[in-house]
Design a protein around this ligand. Sequence first.
Ligand SMILES: Cc1cc2nc3c(=O)[nH]c(=O)nc-3n(C[C@H](O)[C@H](O)[C@H](O)COP(=O)(O)OP(=O)(O)OC[C@H]3O[C@@H](n4cnc5c(N)ncnc54)[C@H](O)[C@@H]3O)c2cc1C
Length: 379
Amino acid sequence: MNKSSLTFDVIIIGGGLAGLSSAIHLSKSNLSVLVIEKNSYPKHKVCGEYISNEVLPYLNFLDIDVFSFGAKKINKFQLSTRQSKLISKTLPLGGFGISRFCLDHALASKSLEVGAEILQDSVEDIQFKNDEFSIITKSKRQFKAKIVIGAYGKRSNLDIKLNRQFIKRKSPYLAVKTHVEGTFPDDVVALHNFKGGYCGVSKVENDNINLCYITNYNAFKNYKDIKEFQQQVLCKNTFLKDIFNTTNSVFEAPLTISQISFDAKKPIENHILMCGDTAALIHPLCGNGMSMAIRSAQIASVLIISFFYSESFDREALEKQYLREWNTAFKSRLKTGHIIANIFSKPKLSEVLMRCLQWFPAILPLIIKRTHGKVMTIK
Ligand SMILES: Cc1cc2nc3c(=O)[nH]c(=O)nc-3n(C[C@H](O)[C@H](O)[C@H](O)COP(=O)(O)OP(=O)(O)OC[C@H]3O[C@@H](n4cnc5c(N)ncnc54)[C@H](O)[C@@H]3O)c2cc1C
C-alpha cells in the first residue's frame, strides 16, 4: 500500500459475511475498497452454520458457488423438546450447511480477486469531518474514505467509541460451538432443547457435524466446565445424548463466546452504514443472521454505487434510503425473532409453545417463514 492508496472510496470495517459480500459487490463496480479485518483467514467462528437459501442468487452474483465447496443441501427441520419429544417438518425455503472457516475464506479470496484490499489490523477510531471519514487502526495507520461500512459483528471496541447503548448493558447469553465426526443426515438441521438453552445440529462441507448451542450464564454457572455442563444438562435430551456419545470431536477445544446481545441497535451511526450483526442481531434460534448479514450488504452496496455514480444521490439521500430499505427488509423478522427469543428465555412459556407445536406442528413452518425473507433478487 503506497501513500496514494491510503484514500479509498469505501472502507469496510470487519471482514465477515456482511463486510466481504459488500467488498466483492462494490469492487465489481470499480470502486476502490479496503476491508480492515482484525483476524486472518481461514478461521472458525461460533455459528450454527445453517444458511437460508434466500441468499443463493446473490452469492451466485458474487461468483460464490457454495456447492462447489461441498455445502450440504438442507431441507428438513427437527425440533425436540427438553423431554426429547421430536417434531419434524420440511423447511419452507430450505438452506445449506457450510462452515464459516470455508465460507468467509472463499469470500475473502474472491474480494482480493476482484480488486479489494484486505488489511489485517483492528480499527480503533472512526472520525467523520468535512464530509470524509478518517480511520485509525491499532497499528497507528490512518486511512480516509468517502463512505464507511461498519460490519464488525456483534460487539466490538468500536461500539464503546461510538457510545452505542446496547454495549452498556450486560447480556447473560453465551454460546459454544464445535465440529464432530459421526453419523448425521446431510439434509437435516435440528434444534434440540435443553434446560436453559438449545443446541443446533447440522452437517457442513467436509462431512463434519456442527454442534452449536446457546445458553445463559445462570444455567451454566453451577457446572465445573463445558464437558460437565454438556453431560449433566444437554445430555438429558436423548437426541443430544446420542450425538455427544457417538461422535468424536474434531476441534481440540470448543470455541466459546459470551455477552451475546439481542438489544436494538441503530443501522446508521455517525454516518457509518452498519451491516450484518453490527446493525442488529436476530436470535440464532431463527437461523437467519447470516442471510440478514449478506442481504444488508446488498442493500448498502447498491445504494453506495448510486451515491458514487449518480450526482443527484447525495449522502443524505443515501442514509435515508438505507434506513428505509433496511427497515423494510428486517424490522418485522427481528420483531418475531425477539418474541420467540423472549418465550424461550422463560421456561414455562417455552414449555407451552413446545406443547402447542407438538399438537399443531403446522404452526412451525409459519413461524419459520416469519423470521426469514423471500429469495433475494439481483438489483
Ligand atoms: C450461537 C450462534 C449461532 C448462530 N447460528 C446461526 C445459523 O445457524 N444461521 C445463521 O444464519 N446465523 C446464525 N448466527 C448468526 C450469524 O453468526 C451472524 O448473524 C453472522 O455471523 C453475521 O455476520 P457479520 O458479517 O455481520 O459479522 P461477523 O461474521 O461476526 O464478522 C465481523 C468481523 O469483524 C471483525 N472485527 C470486529 N471488530 C473489528 C475491528 N475493530 N476492526 C477490524 N475488524 C473487526 C471480526 O473479527 C469479524 O471477522 C448465529 C449466531 C450465534 C451467536
